[in-house]
Design a protein around this ligand. Structure first.
Ligand SMILES: [Mg+2]
Length: 408
């Protein structure tokens, strides 16, 4: 069996999805997602210029050897662009393998460990009252877990994932007016003074059963993060996400010594080498890698297995930048993983998105149910894809009030 051709598509409704389609001499094809938010053309170029010319002629069933060939063969390893490109190939090869076997991918991993996978939604508000309305909306929809982000009084601009005006519903993170980012102004002191009390009021309003998550988005120093974790301990968070910059694996030691708040980190990690110390030293409770840019199913499965040895559960990244293909790969891992925790999920199911990526994966009452179709269980309509093209976009950058660059 041989790979005969592969194509890359960039575009989609409201997002620049990077979709890889690998064709074989037996008529079976595989699909993969290489969407790297706001840098989408780069993994697409890596695939077209370097990886696909090597892929043609290979046996698609040897997904492990193909992964090792590209990873070890590159010499300059890792990084989000390369790992997203390898990840798309890996996903597509698993898709082919599942189709050849006539089985959904979770069966190839070891079968289902649960009926449905718990997901969390994103509630946001320009202020606390607005956020309360947003949380209430998701609770009414049946969600059992909600990530909560709200505007901070006196903050010079809206902060991470917070709309500028009340009831604002448009996409306020990705800006499609061009590649020059808007600037957000951040004030750590105002955030630290306000947010613990806001989280306490959310708990009071929604009661003990709602799973509440909060994302700090890498904004605090290790000492500030330890202090913040202690302050929010009475709230009983499901997790505190990205309290410190993620590239420093030692930054969470101080927090861990001073608080029992569950910690989640890792949506920007690309490989097991970004999180092995965090996992082995049991400094985190949830690992947030994404199949899309952490090297695909083959590599993420290794991270999940290492995490399982150390009581660390999964909480895969599921921002809207992941296409239904990447989310499907994660849905199959979520169905199987003995150490599954939760899945981030934003509603992608617009009619346009469903037409481009037909699938039978479904969501109800805050749970995701995996498709039983062979392979990933998502198709790709090339006719629909012709309606879209790449649109340059950006997310904000962050400065302090005096102009100092800070972490987005
Ligand atoms: Mg996050």
């Amino acid at each position: 069996m041989k790979i005969t051709d592969a194509k890359v598509f960039v575009g989609g409704p409201a997002k620049n999805y990077v979709t890889l389609k690998i064709m074989t001499d037996q008529g079976v094809y595989g699909l993969g997602d290489a969407t790297l938010n706001n840098r989408e053309t780069l993994p697409a170029a890596y695939l077209r210029d370097y990886l696909i010319p090597n892929l043609i002629g290979m046996d698609p069933r040897n997904s492990e050897d193909i992964w090792q060939f590209f990873y070890r063969g590159a010499y300059f390893r890792r990084g989000p662009i390369a790992m997203a490109a390898y990840g798309a190939i890996d996903m597509a090869l698993w898709d082919i393998k599942g189709k050849l076997a006539g089985m959904p991918l979770y069966q190839l991993f070891g079968g289902k460990s649960r009926d449905g996978a718990l997901v969390y939604a994103h509630a946001t508000g320009a202020d606390l009252e607005d956020l309360m309305d947003s949380i209430a909306y998701y609770v009414e929809q049946g969600y059992k877990a909600v990530r909560v982000q709200c505007g901070i009084p006196g903050m010079p601009t809206a902060s991470y994932a917070v709309p500028e005006e009340k009831g604002h519903t448009r996409n306020y993170i990705t800006d499609y007016t061009g590649i020059r980012p808007k600037v957000e102004i951040w004030d750590t002191d105002r955030y630290r003074r306000y947010m613990p009390e806001a989280l306490a009021r959310i708990r009071e309003r929604f009661g003990p059963d709602l799973k509440i998550l909060h994302d700090v988005h890498h904004r605090l120093t290790p000492r500030e993060a330890a202090e913040f974790a202690k302050a929010v301990e009475p709230v009983g968070l499901f997790w505190l996400e990205d309290p410190t910059p993620a590239e420093d694996q030692d930054a969470l030691r101080l927090l861990r010594q001073h608080s029992t708040v569950p910690v989640a980190i890792g949506e920007v990690f690309n490989s097991i080498w970004d999180c092995n110390k965090l996992i082995e030293n049991e400094l985190i409770d949830f690992i947030r890698v994404a199949v899309t840019y952490a090297g695909g199913i083959t590599h993420v499965k290794r991270i999940v297995d290492l995490a399982g040895l150390h009581h660390v559960r999964t909480g895969f990244h599921g921002a809207p930048s992941h296409s239904p293909l990447g989310m499907a790969a994660q849905a199959h891992l979520n169905a199987w993983a003995p150490n599954f925790g939760i899945q981030e999920y934003l509603v992608l199911g617009t009619p346009e998105c469903d037409a481009l990526f037909p699938s039978e994966h479904n969501m109800r009452n805050g749970m995701m149910y995996v498709s039983d179709a062979p392979g990933l269980g998502v198709d790709f309509d090339e006719g629909e894809a012709g309606r879209y093209e790449y649109k340059p976009a950006s997310h904000p950058v962050v400065r302090l009030e005096d102009g100092t660059m800070w972490n987005y």
